[in-house]
Structures are given as structure tokens and as C-alpha cells.
Design a protein around this ligand. Structure first.
Ligand code: FMN
Length: 148
């Protein structure tokens, strides 16, 4: 295993991205889950509330992390920042070992990542996969090329 490739996903986009990257660098993926039900419209509203107020969640790391290795962390953007489960996960990880990959629908993801970095620290590399820019394939290729 070269990287700890971890993801959280509510609707499958970040899962797909993490798995495609993992395939490209011959690696496993580790899913981060939390103790909340984010399903449906109520889940969406609760998610926006948790994300925007920086509310804590308890997480489960469904695999073995190798702390000597770097990380590729894939998260959806929730109200301008990584999803709560990923925020919790990142508390235990040095940001200079993390390539962060944020999936979102249409936000200015560079700006969101920058805002998060200003508050919490600078990532090793950062990438935005934006649905309405249709850039998933291209960005995944860049990540794989820089991770071989
Ligand atoms: C609570 C919540 C907040 C979101 N906030 C944003 C946002 O601020 N900007 C954006 O472009 N997309 C936002 N989205 C959309 C997701 O980031 C996007 O659909 C993502 O790719 C979904 O990834 P997933 O399928 O791995 O959960 C939000 C979704 C949820 C559930």
C-alpha cells in the first residue's frame, strides 16, 4: 500500500472518485463513516447545519491506516468545507501528508479549500472535482499521474 486512500461519501460521487484513483495507483480504499443518518432532504438540511456550524461527528475508519504513509482524502463539499466526518478524520493527520480531493456540484472549490487551509493548515496538494465543470476524468488523471 502506497497511500492511505480514504473517503466519505453520501451519494456515491466521492466513493467513485476514490475507487478510480485507487485503481489507478494499485491501492486499497478506506471508507470513513459516521454515526449520523444523512439520507433524504432532512439529511441534507442536517448536513448543511452540521457543516456550517462545524459540529462534531463520531467516525469509524473502516480499514487499517498506515501512519507512515501519505494520504489521499476524498470528500464532498458540504456548505463550503469538507464533510464533518472528514473534518474529524483530518484532526489526527498532518496536512502536509494529504492530497485533498473535494467533489462538489458547482462551487468555487479552490476558494473553499483555501478558506479551510487558512484556518487549519496547508495541504500537500489539493484538487476540485466539480460536476458542472465536467472535470472528473481530467482531475483524476492528474491525481493518478502525480501519485505513481
Ligand atoms: C449538506 C450538503 C451540502 C452541500 N454543499 C455544497 C456546496 O456548498 N457547494 C457545492 O457545489 N455542492 C454542495 N453539495 C453537493 C455535494 O458536494 C456534491 O453533490 C458531492 O459531489 C456529493 O458527493 P458524494 O456523492 O460523495 O456524497 C452539498 C451536499 C450536501 C449533502
Amino acid at each position: 500500500m502506497k497511500y492511505n486512500i480514504v473517503y466519505f461519501s453520501r451519494t456515491g460521487v466521492s466513493k467513485r472518485v476514490a475507487e478510480t484513483i485507487a485503481n489507478g495507483v494499485a491501492n486499497e480504499v478506506i471508507e470513513i463513516t459516521d454515526n449520523k443518518n444523512w439520507n433524504g432532504i432532512l439529511g441534507f438540511i442536517k448536513g448543511a447545519f452540521y457543516a456550517s456550524t462545524d459540529k462534531e461527528v463520531s467516525i469509524k475508519v473502516n480499514g487499517e491506516i498506515d501512519r507512515t504513509k501519505d494520504y489521499i482524502v476524498v470528500s464532498p463539499l458540504w456548505a463550503g468545507g469538507p464533510a464533518p466526518a472528514i473534518r474529524t478524520f483530518l484532526k489526527e493527520v498532518p496536512f502536509n501528508k494529504v492530497k485533498i480531493v473535494i467533489t462538489c456540484d458547482g462551487s468555487n472549490v479552490e476558494k473553499s479549500i483555501k478558506k479551510f487551509e487558512d484556518k487549519h493548515g496547508e495541504f500537500k496538494e489539493s484538487y476540485g472535482i466539480v460536476k458542472n465543470q465536467n472535470n472528473e476524468e481530467e482531475i483524476i488523471k492528474q491525481i493518478i499521474d502525480s501519485s505513481k
